[in-house]
Write a protein that binds this ligand. Structure first.
Ligand SMILES: *[C@@H]1O[C@H](CO)[C@@H](O)[C@H](O)[C@H]1NC(C)=O
Length: 413
């Protein structure tokens, strides 16, 4: 009898909890109504970019000083970046080259106010280096018949010629959308998994691929750095920071032997969420003042914690987690942290807009370096519409909504 009573009570509590969670989800799941400032912004022409923000106006090379990236005169170069993806995906080529010439796309990125681009590649691009089908570079006839690495280099040159800085990023091992559950892509090495992985690579292979890519940019001073690996993670949070930090030092030092003034960019474990280990165990390279850390922040991050996903959080709770995960490095003037990936839909839910507003408010408050994910209007696979896009399908017209409004405010501050 007692037993049945306890069971009944437990069921009641469980039911109430489920109802509460369901209500909370429903509340943040409804579409967000843009505020009047965002609507006003979308009706005005985009202001021209500020020339002083361009890498062309800096005394290179760059280095770090405390929380900032600075030039030879001590002037801060703040990363206002955007990601341009495709080089790490199935087609081995950035999106848009079938629609616009790369010089036009570079000019559009510059016109939108960004001063730098994060350009991902997959190890498979280096290993396979296939000829890119002509249809994928239709608006770049000079690239017809060229291989993936040559196209990657040409795109990089187009960006730097337009006065943009470029950060190269090793995104994933297999050329596909990152980051699924495939253990073959979870870290910079997968050799221990044996024949399970189509592309097998050791740590040494990963570093060799890096060298093969970066050697192409030795003479391009606007290629400012190498973002060593995207979203390193282990099964269920089992990637030790110390293991990744040691690998990052090895790769970083090897690249610095090719060119000693590149910035070496190191993401946190737990898919670039967690840089808390840096306090005890910083990444130390042979060349001083080269290390920049990078964090990724999305609406769904924070899942599994008692405070919930970022889409649910109040500002105070969100900031607490930012500080614990990475921002203590910035606020304590220890090292620069570039928020190299974050983004939201053009039509967000209330929760998505809440995450965005908290993040942008905090980026503004601590004056952080950032990189929006991503400019592309289409995903490579099945040409699916990309709701995070910042340009229309013609790769020419910027989408002017709350996202560009908030980033423009920061870039012009
Ligand atoms: C690009 O597409 C947008 C939206 O469809 C359109 O308004 C604009 O005129 C187009 N621009 C060019 C240069 O084709």
């Amino acid at each position: 009898m007692m037993f049945l009573l306890v069971c009944g009570l437990l069921l009641l509590v469980l039911g109430a909890l489920l109802l509460y969670l369901w209500r909370a989800e429903a509340k943040i799941g409804v579409p967000w109504v843009p505020d009047s400032k965002s609507i006003l912004f979308s009706q005005e022409p985009l202001p021209p970019p500020i020339p002083e923000n361009s890498i062309t106006s800096y005394a290179l090379p760059l280095r770090t000083q405390g929380r900032n990236i600075i030039d030879q005169k001590g002037r801060r170069f703040k990363l206002h970046s955007v990601n341009w993806y495709g080089g790490s995906d199935e087609l081995f080529v950035v999106g848009g080259l079938d629609v616009r010439h790369r010089n036009d796309i570079a000019a559009t990125i510059r016109r939108m106010g960004f001063n730098s681009v994060r350009l991902p590649y997959a190890d498979e691009l280096v290993v396979a280096n296939p000829v890119i089908p002509e249809s994928l570079v239709a608006a770049n006839p000079d690239l017809a018949g060229r291989r993936a690495l040559d196209v990657f280099e040409a795109v990089t040159a187009a960006l730097t010629d337009a006065g943009l800085a470029v950060i190269i990023n090793n995104h994933i091992t297999h050329a596909t959308w990152c980051c699924g559950a495939d253990p073959c892509d979870a870290a910079w090495y997968n050799g221990h998994l044996g024949p399970l992985c189509r592309i097998r690579q050791t740590e040494a292979d990963w570093i060799r691929h890096w060298e093969e890519v970066m050697v192409r940019f030795v003479d391009n001073p606007f290629v400012i750095g190498a973002d060593l690996r995207n979203e390193v993670r282990g099964f269920w949070g089992t990637m030790p920071w110390s293991k990744w930090a040691a690998a990052a030092e090895k790769a970083g030092n090897r690249l610095l032997r090719i060119r000693s003034d590149w910035l070496i960019i190191v993401g946190g474990t737990e898919s670039n969420n967690d840089l808390s280990g840096v306090a005890e165990r910083p990444v130390v390279l042979d060349v001083p003042h080269r290390v920049v850390y990078t964090a990724h922040v999305y609406a769904w991050s924070g899942w599994g914690s008692s405070e919930g996903r970022f889409s649910h959080r109040e500002y105070a709770s969100f900031v607490r987690t930012m500080r614990r995960n990475w921002a203590y490095l910035v606020e304590g003037d220890v090292a620069p942290v570039w928020v190299g990936e974050f983004g939201a839909s053009n039509r967000p839910s209330v929760g998505g807009a809440n995450y965005w507003q908290n993040l942008l408010r905090y980026l503004k408050a601590i004056d952080a370096d950032f990189g929006y994910w991503a400019i592309n209007p289409r995903k490579p696979k099945d040409d699916e519409k990309e709701t995070y896009s910042l340009v229309e399908d013609n790769w020419s017209t910027p989408i002017l909504d709350y996202r560009m409004k908030d980033m423009t405010e920061i870039m012009r501050a």
